[in-house]
Design a protein around this ligand. Sequence first.
Ligand SMILES: Nc1nc2c(ncn2[C@@H]2O[C@H](COP(=O)(O)OP(=O)(O)OP(=O)(O)O)[C@@H](O)[C@H]2O)c(=O)[nH]1
Ligand SMILES: [Mg+2]
Length: 459
Amino acid sequence: MYEKDTIISPISSVSGASVSLIRLSGISAIQTVNRFFSSVNLEKAEGGKFYFGKLIAENNQVIDEVIVYIFRAPKSYTGENIVEISCHSNVFIIEEILQLFIQNGCRTAKPGEFTQRAFLNGKMDLTQAEAVADIISSKSKAGVKNSLLFLEGGLSKKIKELKKDIIDLASLLELGLDFSEENLEIVSNDEVINKLNILLDEINTLIKSFSNSRDFQKGIEVLLVGEPNVGKSSLMNALLEKDRVIVSHIPGTTRDIIHEDIILEDTLVRFIDTAGIRITDDHIEASGVDRVKKLIDKVDIVLALFDLAEGISIENKELLNRLIKDKGEDVIIIGNKIDKKIKKETIDFINSFSNNKILVSAKLSENINQLRSAISFHIKREIQNEPDELILTNKRHHNILLEIKEKIITTRDSFSHNPGHEFIAADLREIINKLSEITGEITTDDILNNIFSSFCIGK
Ligand SMILES: Nc1nc2c(ncn2[C@@H]2O[C@H](COP(=O)(O)OP(=O)(O)OP(=O)(O)O)[C@@H](O)[C@H]2O)c(=O)[nH]1
Ligand SMILES: [Mg+2]
């Protein structure tokens, strides 16, 4: 059981919006807000309706004009009494409202605590609660759509069906035991093996879908690398269509890692500009370069830039060779400054690679659309935008399913070696329990705390 105190938190983001939402959930939510609400008696007010009025502090000062929405238990997100206050989106107002209620008996909600209460009150199972966090954090439209399938109970339904199949099988086996003296075969050994194989196929399908899910949640990261002054920051600005990064003719202008997000192909794409890669005595630049090398491993696409008007150092040639060895087709080679006189040696070097190559002028925004198309192509290849069936995105589900897969295999193999029906019942029970861990029917406080603490505040 959980503490039944009343919790409070902002549930909308503050910056830039005109209205913010604050939620109170718990037994005294309605009563607490009512003490400071000007227009109607909320304790007598109907649930499922909103009420306009002023929030007035204890010193009779008006904090804000607000709209208050009442949800009465159990017809609410958490299953408890909920009050949601729409106030003007201003940090001072939001802070004053929070403080008012905290000083009057509420407690700040922990990350994920609203959803945790919804789970504990039987409003949703664990896979649905996890889907709430996934929808919010998803960095592609496909990811959102997929997480919505989980919120609707897609995985829960699948788990329920699998459990029913195992329970049916266990019942038949038990019946077989009852009639074993009469030599009456209720279920043949082949049938048992066959049913376990079907179950294994279903589990394998779910497990396989996990490998496609990586970019759903994460989005795509595109890293710009190259020697100082090749035009990385200029290209970043051209891609973003705004002057986001400082550009100058002085090599080593960019010292830090700068990123900016745009949406391409219904996916959040993060462009990351970096310090030019060069062996240097300058400590700051050297540490920047170190960070770039770490980033290369982690990103989806690397744009390797070269200045077509300059020659290429041996070091840089080695760098590109290494980059392509590590990242393969995920490296797009960019020859920049086509508006200048091009050096043959440089273009020949670039052409010696089979990777995708694009010649651009970052400064004049030439061929930038061609580069965008190449990035789009990569995204489409990575992210299946219309997932027709459930794609597993959650590591916890994946790990449990891997355990179940192993258990089914050992159960099947030991059954085929020794079809003694007594042992298999315990094995099947174990598989059912593992499936119940996914939906949270069987769980521990530690597991729950671990899941919900990874949520953001206000979820
Ligand atoms: N002619 C021409 N000049 C360019 C082009 N792209 C960039 N430049 C110039 O090259 C210089 C360096 O550009 P930046 O974008 O700052 O280069 P960078 O790779 O970010 O440099 P660092 O941050 O120092 O590593 C600037 O003077 C730019 O105006 C281009 O396509 N054509
Ligand atoms: Mg730069």
